[in-house]
Design a binder for this molecule. Structure first.
Ligand code: AMP
Length: 664
């Protein structure tokens, strides 16, 4: 497979500044470089030179040690250049614990040394090949970008270090600004040219099995009703000329008989039959249509989009080894979900298709290494994806099968700008798939912008629905009683029970974990304050049974797949009712049953009505106390509204134990 960028591939060589290599001493403001105060560069070089000499135990020119000499000869081969940036921006270049400067050195293959930062400007010495230095300059420019451009006359004329001057214009106040119109037009033209040179995306791989083709509309309707009341339709207008919705496949063979290697991978998993979403999604996706899957967690949605993706990758015109960059992109909201998809992907071996999981908090350098070796599937969280695309480590030119997994969650987490940015550069004739647990206006907007005549598959109702394989129990407690009630439950646990305890805050999760440890109860925890590596280890411990109790915040409420989880305990009621559904859906997965136990205190009265709806939808018992709670909250709201907007602000606090408490 062709590589996108091999700049970074060789290990960065630390190059000792040498007196024999003259320093190009330049000043730089936002992409402009100009010659300036040689003395600063000179004094820096001297210091640096001495440092290197000392490190090697003396003046290396007189060192006769062969190995050392070889080292220094290698180091001597670099050029160096001093650039200046505002001292106040130096923190951006160094990064937390030096992480950014390490990344910059790695990405540019230069040695970067920060000099004197005591004045308004700090000097930075870049050492490496000319090309590497130019790259480092550009990366540093990007980091200090919001620095105003220096006035034209002091910038040393045409010494422009990368940004083309033609995209700047002088505005009415005589200030140089970016000419966005010109830049956008240029970008659009370049993009159209790039896309025009690509072979068309091959999308249709579907050969309908005769038995499937022979299903009557009544049979299809009956099957859909019996399969979680699955509903299928075109999301937007059913325009003339669009193909009818395909019939569902009822067996794995009906979907993949022409792909025996895929069939044998499915058989290895021991699944009995396709899940409802798979039955309906496979014909749609194999036919190359865009699809929106509104599906609860644990419905088999990952496999629904994954197996057609494998066929799509192999079926493109350009052979995989000649294709620039990967073919399939799966975007997921959290690293946990991304890792879980990656795990699912790695279960299915087909034509040596390779995947990589890119997520913030993971080893960036290692991720880049894997990408550069050539992968077919990228599973990524939006932030890290953009980071690597911007750093030109990931070539997105050939992405032709895009999945936005848990789109509602991505929007909740504020990823819309990153999603839009990523999709902006992906070829428009791609196939796009979106999954979502809910169908809020934001998700609908995304679908309108980025999908072409999508078919929507709803598993269960479009309203919030919890998995029906979970018994949902409610326990009414005072806040102060929660811990004792939890302890009571844990002491009565069966040795085979596996429990997630959801807490509202990281501090609560830490407190509960500590208390359990002090009581000698083995447990693990996942929350935002834990390092990625610890979070992964915690999950692993739960999955392999090292521990049976996981204390978590909502970081774990979606997508986490612990097959034999028997109980979900909501120690704190979640802030959004959607999270309740996702938490509950951690158990009762893959055909198993589960129990959720939710502690409800008077603080949660504002959620009572939504909770009743969910319990009702799943045919669960609705406690009388919950009904009363909901009624009291509604009465309070009505009263507040009547009293006028002035006190509206206290309504919420009342719900948290203020005025509302008196009426509880
Ligand atoms: P998902 O909804 O993608 O998170 O899948 C939940 C779990 O269901 C995963 O562990 C899958 O391996 C499993 N699974 C996927 N398809 C099937 C199937 N047809 N039958 C039984 N389990 C399945």
């Amino acid at each position: 497979m062709a590589e996108w960028n091999d700049d970074w591939e060789s290990e960065p060589v630390a190059v000792a500044p040498s007196p024999s290599v003259p320093a190009t001493n330049t000043r730089q403001y936002r992409g402009r470089t100009f010659r300036g105060r040689g003395s600063r560069g000179g004094s820096y070089n001297d210091t640096n030179w001495r440092e290197r000499g000392n490190n090697s135990g003396g003046d290396f020119r007189r060192n006769n040690d062969r190995d050392n000499r070889r080292n220094y000869q290698q180091e001597d081969s670099g050029n160096k250049k001093v650039i200046y940036v505002p001292s106040m921006k130096i923190g951006r270049i160094i990064g937390k614990g030096g992480s950014k400067i390490r990344d910059l050195q790695f990405e540019s293959d230069t040695r970067i040394k920060i000099g004197d930062t005591s004045g308004n400007e700090a000097d930075i010495t870049l050492t490496g090949s000319d090309q590497a230095i130019a790259r480092a300059e550009q990366l540093i420019n990007d980091l200090v970008e919001d620095f105003r451009p220096a006035p034209k006359e002091t910038t040393g004329g045409n010494e422009n270090s990368g940004r083309s001057a033609e995209f700047f214009k002088t505005n009415d106040e005589g200030v140089q600004v970016i000419d966005w119109e010109k830049l956008n037009a240029f970008h659009n033209d370049a993009q159209q040219n790039r896309w025009a040179n690509l072979p068309a995306v091959v999308k249709d791989f579907y050969q309908e099995d005769p038995t499937v083709a022979a299903m009557t509309p009544a049979e299809v309707t009956r099957w859909r009703l019996a399969s979680n009341d699955i509903q299928v339709k075109r999301t937007f207008d059913d325009k003339p000329g669009l193909k009818p919705i395909p019939n569902p496949v009822l067996t794995f063979e009906q979907a993949f008989q022409h792909y025996p290697e895929i069939l044998s991978e499915i058989y290895k998993q021991g699944f009995k039959q396709p899940s409802p979403i798979q039955s309906q999604a496979w014909p749609i996706l194999l036919r190359g249509e865009d699809m929106i899957g509104i599906a609860q967690t644990g419905t088999g949605k990952t496999l629904a989009f994954l197996l057609p993706a494998l066929i799509h990758i192999e079926g493109q015109v350009t052979p995989r080894e000649e294709r620039e960059g990967p073919t399939v992109l799966i975007m997921a909201p959290t690293r946990e979900l991304a890792l879980q998809i990656d795990k699912e992907v790695s279960k299915y071996q087909y034509k040596n298709i390779k995947s990589v999981c890119l997520y913030g908090g993971g080893d960036r350098r290692e991720q880049i290494k894997v990408v550069s070796k050539g992968v077919d599937i990228v599973i990524a969280t939006p932030g890290r994806l953009n980071d690597l695309v911007l750093g030109r480590h990931l070539n997105i030119i050939n992405f032709s099968y895009i999945v936005l997994d848990e789109a509602d969650r991505m929007l909740d987490m504020g990823f819309e700008p990153q999603i839009r940015k990523s999709l902006f550069d992906v070829r428009p004739d791609r196939q796009t798939i979106m999954t979502s647990a809910t169908w809020p206006p934001g998700v609908r907007r995304l679908a309108e912008s980025y999908m072409k005549d999508p078919i929507q598959v709803n598993v269960g109702s479009l309203d919030l629905a919890a998995v029906h394989t979970v018994t949902q129990k409610i326990l009414f407690v005072e806040e102060a009683e929660k811990e004792a009630a939890l302890w009571d439950f844990l002491q009565n646990m069966d040795p085979n029970d596996k429990v997630i305890i959801f807490c509202g805050k990281k501090a609560t999760a830490t407190h509960i974990t500590t208390e359990l440890c002090l009581k000698g109860v083995a447990c693990q925890s996942i929350h935002g304050d834990r390092d990625q590596i610890d979070r992964e280890a915690a999950l692993e411990d739960m999955v392999d049974g090292t521990v049976n109790i996981l204390v978590a915040t909502d970081v774990a409420s979606r997508g986490i797949d612990i097959k034999d989880l028997t109980h979900v305990i909501n120690l704190d009621f979640p802030r959004h009712i959607e999270e309740y559904v996702h938490r509950v859906g951690r158990t009762g997965r893959a055909g198993k049953t589960g129990i959720s136990l939710t502690f409800v205190s008077r603080n949660d009265w504002n959620n009572a009505r939504d909770l009743i709806k969910i319990l009702d939808e799943a045919n669960q018992e609705i406690p009388e106390e919950l009904e009363q709670m909901a009624t009291r909250f509604e009465a309070m709201k009505l009263r507040r509204e009547k009293e006028g907007g002035g006190r509206g602000g206290r309504g919420g606090r009342g719900g948290r134990g203020g005025r509302g408490r008196d009426r509880w």
